[in-house]
Design a protein around this ligand. Structure first.
Ligand SMILES: Cc1cc2nc3c(=O)[nH]c(=O)nc-3n(C[C@H](O)[C@H](O)[C@H](O)COP(=O)(O)OP(=O)(O)OC[C@H]3O[C@@H](n4cnc5c(N)ncnc54)[C@H](O)[C@@H]3O)c2cc1C
Length: 468
């Protein structure tokens, strides 16, 4: 353990807060956290709009693979949680179908059902013998066949990622995409049952007050306030002198730097290693437009128990809509008198978004999909564009990361978090917080960083508590 190490953390999103939490818990004597924004939380912050509605930056639900993370959450908000059973749906062909669609194809129109079944039967038993898929599109076709691919998987994934599925790799998926279980699908058709309980976020919880951001504000409040700083924008990093320069001109030296900025931003601002800095242009990501719509009246009956809905069809601009007022009654100014929807639209150079028309397109989309009844009055419409929304798992990502990370780490720069590590498969709040905790354990104790190094392992089990 090197207690002399001066550790600087950039960013107060879940990753930076996880690092700071662990540094404080370990009583490390020399660390500072610098956050550019005026509030903590990063992408997991929440906003209260002028009409009294609370919004997350995209529908955030909290589920966890880690005992350590759960204990911190319990400690931070105690009993101020609302527990939920996930109820998610796909809206297509003018109807709601339970998610995951592949397990519930019996709800599709008969022509689509027939295409899906033919495709599934054509690939059944062949996946193991064929060549390994080179990209996500090939994986979808191998797993689901052409029917399900054309009816749902390809259009939906194009919409959510904002890139064609053949631009995405395959290694990131793990638990994230429900693989095919033909027996289960056929049984659901024969027995006419809905199959809704798949997946890691079957149960989740949400803060009773203040949206998801309340978690991270509470975490921030518990940190030693002389060590954590808002409104400190890091502008340059000198790798050789081991110094960060702030927008104010102030310089701060470090022995180890934990950066949670997007990796491509980190590379662009790092002086002293042009061979890695020039790789910044290779990263692909998508931006997210978040729209919060506050509506007068009671939640329509058809939405009263729904958490979120996916929209694969191209005539609607959003890929996902959350009934955000269902997450907590306090997400609206007066429960029962108002309700709220949150819509997400993706953007990339391959899928541009017209910012002058998108809000009205989203509202008409909600009306056309019968989410907002025709006679309902919209009392608030809030929006935010996130430049970095989804870290695309593009083809070649792992090779690129394999070239950059070791070089940065030789210079004591540890890039972690949703965009810091650029691993979508471990980029939720629990993963991000634990990436922060684990990198500190590596620096202080030499422990392995399981989340970063073995995503499939951490995602497939409940990870035991880490001793202090
Ligand atoms: C649309 C959407 C939906 C999501 N849904 C869920 C969900 O349902 N469940 C879930 O668990 N997770 C969800 N997430 C993921 C969640 O938001 C992330 O896991 C988490 O916020 C990542 O934390 P982070 O600290 O790595 O990065 P960020 O939250 O991005 O934080 C990085 C911080 O670094 C700061 N920073 C950047 N540059 C500088 C600089 N130069 N100087 C100083 N500070 C800087 C930023 O201001 C920011 O505060 C969702 C994300 C999005 C976009």
């Amino acid at each position: 353990m090197d207690l002399a190490k001066k550790i600087v953390v950039i960013g107060a999103g879940p990753t930076g807060l996880g690092a700071a939490w662990r540094l404080q818990e370990a009583r490390h004597p020399d660390w500072q956290l610098l956050e550019a924004a005026s509030v903590p939380g990063g992408l997991s912050q929440s906003v209260r709009d002028p009409h009294g509605f609370t919004w997350d930056l995209g529908g955030h639900v909290l589920f966890s693979h880690y005992e350590y993370f759960d204990r911190v959450m319990d400690d931070l908000l105690e009993s101020n949680w609302v527990e939920h059973i996930r109820e998610s749906w796909v809206w297509m062909r003018d109807r709601f179908i339970p998610y995951p669609l592949q397990n519930n194809i019996r709800r599709l129109p008969v022509e689509d059902l027939s295409l899906c079944l033919k495709g599934l039967l054509a690939v059944h038993g062949k996946t193991a013998s064929g060549p390994p898929p080179a990209n996500f599109k090939e994986w979808i076709l191998q797993q689901f066949g052409t029917g399900l691919a054309d009816v749902f998987m390809l259009p939906y994934n194009r919409k959510v990622w904002a890139y064609k599925p053949d631009r995405l790799s395959v290694g990131w998926m793990g638990e994230r995409v429900s693989a095919v279980d033909l027996g289960r699908i056929l049984e659901n058709i024969i027995r006419q049952t809905d199959d809704v309980s798949w997946g890691p976020n079957h149960k989740f919880r949400f803060p009773l007050r203040g949206g998801t951001g309340a978690i991270w504000q509470a975490c921030w409040n518990r940190l030693s306030q002389e060590r954590v700083h808002l409104n400190r924008h890091v502008q340059r990093i000198d790798m050789h002198r081991k110094v960060v320069r702030l927008g104010s001109g102030e310089e701060l030296s470090y022995d180890a730097l934990i950066s949670t900025m997007p990796m491509e931003v980190l590379l662009r601002m790092t002086e002293g290693c042009p061979e890695v800095s020039q790789l910044a242009a290779e990263f692909r990501y998508s931006s997210s437009h978040i729209f919060g719509i506050g509506i007068e009246g009671a939640t329509p009956e058809s939405l009263q128990t729904k958490c979120w809905m996916y929209f694969p069809e191209p005539d609607l601009p959003f890929y996902r809509v959350t009934v955000f007022s269902n997450y907590s009654p306090n997400n609206v100014p007066e429960p029962g008198k108002y309700w709220s929807l949150m819509c997400e639209v993706s953007e990339s150079p391959e899928k541009p978004v017209d910012s002058t028309t998108i809000l009205s397109d989203v509202i008409s989309g909600c009306r056309n999909a019968q989410l907002i009844p025709p006679d309902s009055r919209i009392v608030s419409s809030w929006s935010r564009r996130l430049e970095h929304g989804y870290p695309t798992p593009f083809v070649g990502r792992d090779e690129l990361l394999g070239r950059i990370r070791p070089t940065l780490e030789q210079h004591s720069i540890f890039s972690r978090g949703r965009f810091g590590a650029w691993k979508y498969e471990v980029s939720n709040q629990d993963h991000s917080f634990m990436q922060g905790v684990e990198v500190v354990d590596r620096l202080l104790r030499g422990w392995e960083e399981t989340t970063l190094e073995q995503p499939n392992v951490v995602n497939s089990r409940r990870n035991p508590i880490r001793p202090v």
